[in-house]
Ligand binder design. Structure first.
Ligand SMILES: C[S@@+](CC[C@H](N)C(=O)[O-])C[C@H]1O[C@@H](n2cnc3c(N)ncnc32)[C@H](O)[C@@H]1O
Length: 380
């Protein structure tokens, strides 16, 4: 049974699912003779639609991605002896008359996934179906531009990021004779750094100089190699710690999912460099967890999970206020939807004035109320 479960997991999430067919009923009394499942998009999320084939009708049922393997297991163990799993990569047949000793055969895939229904109506800045060099090179889409199902959430995240970039495009300082300088702190494998370059240089033909910084040497080497292969001149990657990377400047600072206080060091750099636009998605905000105290909140803080969530929001609230105090217009916006729940708030900050004493005072009062000593204090 474990084997069946593993194969189903693989077909749903690691390969590109096209169609699953459950046939050969275990009992003659089963009211439906066959069940087919295919992937669909429901509110931008991968889901699966099952079609139960009765004698004279078909009934549909949708399953969220996290329910589908359970539902398929039930169909396999309770109802059907044969399962055919068609994915783009492989066609897999499971003969499971004895579920604990299934016979599994695999052949190269013969079917292609139809464009998922919702994609057709969604106009992404980088569309699914149109080849895009960096997405192909990073394994998000194939040579024909088809996005691999398992990378669809990354694809959506990249496009969401570009939408946000598009919104701040007009406030980016574009001066003749000087490239627009952007630093992406904690770039990781740099899907979004490449997306930045692609959008600004390849699509908008701007003179840009983009740096991705990360602690990991292997990641930096890989990203530099990809940038070279793609001839993305003006995009380079450096190894280093954000906290030490203080002597530079940038028109825009990006920091997406840099852990804990790494985000603060990126924000501190940006403010000290008088950076015009900051796009930051914080994560792993642990710093205040061991610091905050408040007798009124104690009955809530005694639950670690609540204190943890609260700490996240307080950390970002203080970051937002610190940026406002230093003259930024700050908006907290949703970066991605549910799939990255706890990491989906973006701090979008645009420099508009010199200082804001009201925000500085609000920052001070909030911080003192909870006894917090955040790293972002360095800005005030
Ligand atoms: C979760 S990944 C995010 C990668 C990418 N920004 C994204 O959103 O897809 C976080 C990255 O931040 C890097 N990082 C964490 N702390 C850092 C620091 N102090 N200096 C430089 N990079 C750091 C890690 O090495 C890791 O690659």
């Amino acid at each position: 049974m474990n084997q069946i479960n593993m194969v189903l997991e693989q077909c749903c999430f690691q390969l590109t699912p096209v169609k699953f067919i459950f046939s050969s009923p275990r009992k003659k009394s089963l009211p439906y003779r066959k069940v087919t499942l295919r992937p669909i998009l429901l509110q931008e999320q991968l889901a699966f639609q099952a079609e139960y084939h009765y004698e004279k009708k078909a009934i549909h049922e949708n399953f969220q991605a996290d329910q589908v393997v359970g539902a398929c297991m039930e169909l396999a163990l309770r109802d059907f002896k044969q399962i055919n799993l068609f994915t783009e990569e492989e066609d897999i047949q499971i003969l499971a008359a004895k579920p604990d000793r299934p016979r599994i055969t695999r052949k190269p895939g013969t079917l292609r996934q139809e464009t998922l229904a919702h994609n057709q109506s969604r106009q992404y800045l980088i569309p699914d179906g149109k080849p895009c060099d960096f997405l192909t090179r990073l394994g998000v889409m194939d040579e024909t531009g088809r996005v691999f199902q398992k990378h669809y959430s990354k694809f959506r995240q990249i496009n969401r990021f570009l939408e946000i970039l598009q919104d701040v495009f007009d406030v980016l300082p574009q001066k003749a004779g000087r490239p627009l300088r952007i630093i992406d702190f904690g770039c990781g494998k740099a899907y979004l750094t490449f997306a930045l370059y692609h959008y600004l240089k390849v699509e908008k033909n701007l003179d840009v100089e983009i740096i991705g910084l990360d602690l990991k040497e292997d990641v930096i080497d890989f990203c530099n190699e990809v940038a070279r292969d793609l001839r993305y001149d003006g995009l380079r990657f450096l190894m280093g710690d954000i906290a030490d990377y203080t002597s530079d400047h940038a028109d825009m600072v990006v920091t997406l999912h840099a852990c804990d206080t790494a985000t603060d060091y990126a924000l501190i750099n940006a403010v000290r460099w008088n950076t015009s636009v900051i796009l930051s998605v914080p994560c792993c905000q642990h710093e205040l967890f061991g610091q905050i105290q408040n007798s009124l909140h104690q009955p809530m803080f005694k639950h670690g999970i609540l204190k943890d969530r609260f700490t996240e929001l307080l950390t970002d609230g203080l970051r937002g206020l610190a940026l406002e105090a230093r003259g930024y217009d700050v908006a907290m916006i949703e970066f991605t939807s549910l799939e990255h729940t706890s990491k989906n708030i973006m701090i979008r900050a645009v420099k508009t004035r010199s200082e804001n004493s009201r925000a500085a005072e609000e920052y001070r009062r909030l911080k003192e109320y909870y006894g917090a000593r955040p790293t972002i204090d360095a800005l005030l």
